[in-house]
Each structure stands twice: as C-alpha cells, then as structure tokens.
Design a binder for this molecule. Structure first.
Ligand code: GLU
Length: 495
C-alpha cells in the first residue's frame, strides 16, 4: 500500500565514486521507503562545482543502480528523464530557491548580513588557533543598524544565521535525544558572498520543500543536525525524523578509507560479487533482524523485515569472511540459467570461446561449478580448461600425483577405467572408478586426483565425474594419454 507521508532520500555529493558508507545510507533509506510503501528520492548535492564532475554523477548513479536500488523521484540520468513533482533534484538547479528562503530569514530577522572580509575572518581564525580555542565568529555584524547596513552600499556580504539562545535537541531514532547547547554553535554562514547557499541551508531547504519525512544518514552529520533543526524551525518547516547511523569501519576498525580497495561499491562488482550479496551484507552493517543470528536475506526478505528500530548504534566492522560466505550463499540461490547469464560476460571478457558451444552445454559446465565458486570470477579457473588444451600442470599437483613411483599405475588404471566406460555419464564414470579401485591397493582418491590433474592441469575445480562427462570421451582420453606420455618421459619420481 502506498504511503504518501513517508519520503526518504539519498543526497550524495558527486565528488567521487559510490562509497560503501553512502551505499549503506542509500540502502537504509530505500528499504525503509519500500517497507512502508513510501517514496525514495535521489537528490544530487552538486553545488560544489570544483568537486563535482559528471563522471562521478554517473559512477554514483551506476553504483546505486547496480545494487538494484531504484528511485521514484530524481534527476535525469542516462535515458531516464527527471521524475517527481518536487524537483529539480540537482542542487545546482535550485539556487534560486535557496536565495528566496535566505531572503525570508533576513526579512524576519532570523539571519543577518555579514560584511566582514575574508582577511578579517582569517585573522580571527588564526588568533583562535594560537589561543587553542575553536574558531568562532565575533558577532561583529550581528546587530548592525539599518543605517550601518545602508552605509555599506554595494559591499559584498555573506548571510549568517542568527543562532538563538537556549538548547537544541535532535530527537534521533538511533542515538536518542541528543542535546546541544546553542552556545556550541556560532552564527554560521548560510549564503556565501558570491550568493551560493552553503550545505546547511541547501539541505534544509531541500528536505523542507521536498517534504522529507525521515533523514537517515551517517552519524558524521550529527553535529550538523543541530544546525539543521534550528534552520527547520526558523524556516517553519515541519521537522523530519532523524536517524544517524554509525560509519562503516574497515577490518582494522578504522573509518573505511576512500583509498582502500572495496571502498568503491563497484570494486565488488569487478571482483565477482553479486549485488544481492552486497545488499545483504551492507544491510547487516548497522541493522539486525529480529531472528537472532540470521544473516542470509534476499532482497524481498529485507524489504519485508527492515525496520528503523533495529538499527544499531555501534559502528560495524567490515568482515571479509562473512561477505565471502554470503556471496557463496547467494550464488547457490540462483538457478543454473541465471548463474550462466551472470558469468557469461566474464567468460567472454576472458576470451573463452563460448560462441562455438551450445547454450545447453555452457549452462551445464556452469551448473557443476555452482556449489563451489566463491565469486563469479572464479568461473574462469573453474572452466577455462574446457576451452583450452592443458599445456602445463599445477606444480604442487605434479609433485603429489605425477612424480610418485605409483604415478604411472594410477594414470594407467584411470585410463583403462575410462576406456571401459561405454555410457559416458557421471554415474557410469563413478562406477568404473569404484570398480577399478576395488580389490587393489589403490585409493580411489588417487585415481580421481591424478585424472583431475591430467584433464584440467589443476588440483581444484568442479566434481571430477561431472567435468569428465562434459569434456567428452575423445577429449578426456586424449588428455589422459598426453599426461601418460608426459609422466613417462619426465621420469622425475620421488618417494
Ligand atoms: N551530501 C551529504 C553527504 O554526502 C548528504 C548529507 C545528508 O544526507 O543530509 O554526506
């Protein structure tokens, strides 16, 4: 059921890629909106022209889209036109609105013109630094008379917010009631001398005019929230509900640096992680389900179960092992067909000649890897031998299986077992190997491992009988004979 009152947003500044922390904020807002039948809005905070680049807008939107997060209202992106009745959705196109609202605050005496020059303010800031106190505005222009203001003529000015006396309370869903003594804030600038709104004014005007009901964002904005509450009140907008979520920490427990691989959400795509995994994993970086200990969630589960009251207060530490485990779980949840379509571009990019093969066969070789691959990218080492001749054998495998006194016996026994198999299928192959080992001293594992090395050049991969069936009789026998010749001619046996 749709709920017009619930309106959430993600408001990234497109000055870089989509950071894992921003992805988390986007996900929580989106899940909350979806779970309530509300609206999810994408707004680009692109007022800082020096740091905004169109390539970052694209990278950010691409990251959001890759995760499967869709927005109901937002700016034009790619082929998608802008949508929503509260636009524009780029701050750079909303300058007029900020000026209008700043003028209203000026007219009501809730803000004032500050004519102090940059040099003057620098001197005050340096003095504060030398005296080891936080920089504060002196309040010089706070009480200028109308005559004094008129006398300034065309002198450039900033607009400062007149911070009221008293206390400001941010009633936060996660942090509880956070109280700020207003003395902690000086009269902060809301419009710069060049006429541009600063972040605090822009974000509040946007949230107010876009009728945002819930502001869910990183707790690095908690102190800002005090300023924002004052501005909401001064502008006469209803207060949204705030939820400031802890930042994501890396495996060492430090803030997840932008420089780390994996800070960019699209690094995970490049590494073969599924968007379903990332959504599941990121959800757990600050939210817990009512079902204690449950970690695997599909997107539909999350949309149904997500609640703000289960958001956690302590920062989550990135846990690569858990992420890898979840990726395996999500890979197993796909149908073989779905998995095939996910890995096909990777196989093509690695030059595997998929075009020469039937789709049915391709789906089968992918299907036999499904239980084993930890990432989509592992499809390459797990299947490349189907497309290429084995030109080298894994070094450790060679020592273990090709350089033993029994190596020739193992290979010959396996070859005979293969040659004796008429029905070239998993079950018949399995039976042939079991029979070959029965009544001898040879362990079946040795036959299996030797054959795997001969057929694939490797010691790990999909199940042997499955891969042998799909490799085909002629190819398998040829590779076994090649391995036999190799072992006979190398003759470097060790005990
Ligand atoms: N552009 C801000 C950021 O990326 C958004 C702040 C907010 O959500 O209010 O941190």
């Amino acid at each position: 059921m749709s709920n017009p009152v619930i309106r959430c947003r993600i408001a990234p500044s497109p000055s870089g890629f989509l950071h894992i922390g921003t992805a988390k904020t986007a996900l929580y807002n989106w899940l909350f909106a979806r779970s309530q039948g509300g609206t999810f809005i994408l707004r680009l905070e692109d007022t800082d022209a020096d740091r905004t680049e169109e390539q970052y807008v694209e990278a950010m939107c691409e990251g959001i889209k890759w995760l499967g997060i869709d927005w109901d209202e937002g700016p034009q992106f790619g082929d998608e036109p802008a949508k929503g009745a509260f636009g524009p959705y780029r701050q750079s196109e909303r300058r007029q609105l900020y000026r209008q609202e700043a003028a209203r605050l000026l007219a009501e005496g809730k803000a004032y013109k500050c004519f102090c020059s940059k040099e003057e303010l620098d001197v005050q800031r340096d003095l504060a630094a030398r005296e080891k106190r936080p920089p504060r505005y002196s309040g010089k222009c706070r009480n200028l008379t109308q005559e004094e203001i008129t006398a300034k003529g065309d002198a450039p000015y900033a607009i400062r917010f007149r911070v009221p006396e008293g206390e400001t309370v941010v009633d936060d869903i996660i942090q509880g009631a956070v109280r700020f003594n207003n003395k902690e804030y000086d009269d902060f600038i809301i419009v710069k001398p060049n006429g541009d709104a600063v972040f605090h004014l822009a974000v509040v005007v946007d949230d107010g005019l876009m009728k945002i009901s819930h502001v869910i964002r990183g707790d690095d904005h908690l102190t800002n929230a005090g300023r924002h509450v004052m501005l909401f009140n001064a502008l006469g907008y209803p207060l949204p509900q705030f939820a400031h979520t802890p930042l994501v920490h890396d495996e060492q427990g430090k803030k997840f640096s932008k420089r780390l691989h994996g800070a960019n959400i699209l690094d995970w795509r490049a590494d073969g992680y599924l968007p379903e995994t990332m959504i599941n994993y990121i959800a757990l970086l600050g939210w817990t389900s009512e079902e204690e200990g449950r970690e695997f969630f599909s997107l539909d589960d999350l949309k149904r179960l997500f609640t703000l009251k289960r958001l956690t207060k302590s920062p989550a530490r990135f846990d690569r092992k858990k992420l890898d485990w979840l990726n395996g779980q999500h890979i197993r949840m796909l149908t073989p067909e779905q998995l095939f379509y996910r890995v096909l571009p990777i196989m093509q990019a690695h030059g595997l000649q998929v075009a020469d093969r039937s789709r049915e066969w391709l789906v089968s070789i992918v299907a036999i890897c499904q239980e084993k691959i930890p990432t989509l990218n592992h499809i390459i080492p797990f299947t490349d031998f189907f497309f290429r001749q084995v030109t080298a054998y894994d070094e450790k495998g060679r020592q273990k299986y090709f350089q033993k006194p029994e190596s020739l016996l193992w290979l010959q026994t396996a070859l005979s077992a293969l040659e004796s198999t008429d029905a070239w299928c998993h079950d018949a192959l399995k039976e042939a190997y079991e029979q070959a080992a029965a009544g001898t001293d040879i362990k079946i594992g040795m036959l299996v491992n030797t054959t795997r090395l001969a057929l694939t050049g490797k010691t790990v991969g999909p199940g042997l009988y499955e891969l042998t069936e799909l490799l085909g009789r002629d190819e398998a026998l040829a590779r076994m004979k090649h391995a036999l010749t190799f072992v006979e001619s190398s003759g470097e046996f060790t005990t």
